[in-house]
Design a protein around this ligand. Sequence first.
Ligand SMILES: [Zn+2]
Length: 527
Amino acid sequence: MESNNPNDDPTKEKKDNRFPKKRPLPKLMACMTKHSLDTFRSKAIFSLAMLDSNGIRRRKFPLYECIILELKEAGYCDSSTYLQDLIYDNVQLVNQDDIGIVVDLRKRDDYLEHISGILQKVEKHRERNNTHKECNHLLNLAMYYAEREKGILWLAEKFYQVAIAVSSKHLLDGGRLKAICKYHYGKFLLDKFPGADPEEPFSLLTEVRDSAIGKTWPLSDAKEPGEVQPTATVFEATALQLHRVLLDKARAVRKEDTAKAERLARLAERRAKDAGETVKTAEAIIEIGICQLMMNNLNNAQKTFERAFKIYESGNNVEGLCETRMHLAAVMQRLGEYETAAKLLTEMGASAMEHGLRRQLGRALHLLGELHLRRERPELGTQHLAEAFLCFMGFQFQSLGSENKIGIESDKEGQEMGEIYIENENEIFEEEAEQSRLMTAISAGQELMASYFNLLREAGGCTVAKMKTIEWKLSHARWWVKRLHHDFLPCPCPVHHRTPLDVLCKTSSPVNSAVSPTSPVVTSKLN
Ligand SMILES: [Zn+2]
């Protein structure tokens, strides 16, 4: 075969080097001599031999059928059967799938080749009784497909389950491998199916935790000899995931069963401590405090929030401090300590503004507005709530931010800074903004209510007020609008203090009447 190849001839190669090769002209079939026809035929036969029996089959049948057969023929019987089962399950899933999201493996040649390659390795390790490597290959396969598109997650799940089954046979390491597989499966369920019932991952992770108590099992092996051993242990990593599930569960039942939510949050706090995570610990403590506040357990709630405050303070966690101040203010408000509540919210707003936390600033302004409204100071409430709305929409904050920036870097163009700010801060907190807008309307309504009751009280001794009340009742003429004819009403009250004779003099003097406003003027200050 080798002598057929002209390039292998050393003399010819030399000749080629001396004379630059010319591009051969294409030969026409009609001009072929007997000799060239023979060469052509032998070449055709030679290239035919390149296609082995598998190659021919792959041209005729779909790839998945070929791979199943090839695996069997090469002696990988388990892999062949397993792949066949996978395809069977996949077909069922594709048929049940109404929205067309499930990946059809039969159409994904790249996935099929990848899977069959790994399955062969797995089967080799199984024959050599190397359960550890067998399991690791399966786990990696599962983790690989867990990070692919949504429609292939079913496959990842199957590989996780197989990996767990294999790891159960591996007892040399005291159950570390099994714990690792179960941990990854539990985390996968939590990460990829966030809305689903957390009971299965929760019980899986609880099993892992029970087996890992007191063990210093590293979560992953150092891949290279020189590589630094990863520091996270199975126990710590599992504790973090358990903290996450417990907090989610607590938040889900908080409204229906607050006492249960508090117990769950306390467990979450302990798990965060197991993991040595102070920020997560504070997060759980805040949840405990919220539950206590909901159960009207005000003194305990205050102590709990103060505990979280200390943790955030030591870590200089600005967002955490803002959140804790907000909750503490809610407790203070319930305790009737409005001044302290207002002080906390003001501090929260100031710190949020200093660190560019627009959402927290908006929240502080909104809550201050609500606090003023509750204390029957709607005129202050309306102002804060309107500011909160602007802040959530990103208007107020932009101007505040760019003013500060221009102050610092006066050489820069103001417009340029504005553009940068708009680009960075274009997020609109719609839901919060809508709430603030509604509360502003309520607060403004409260302002009018106060003003209306004031008017009614005045109407006892003031003719003008009486007239305004009557006009409002008869024709909804707004009492906070000043009208010309009110100036011509005789009224004995100390404010107006004019007799019918004064009014007569006023009407006869054209100069005085010209001074009076001819169009209604909105009074800026409401009484
Ligand atoms: Zn009057």
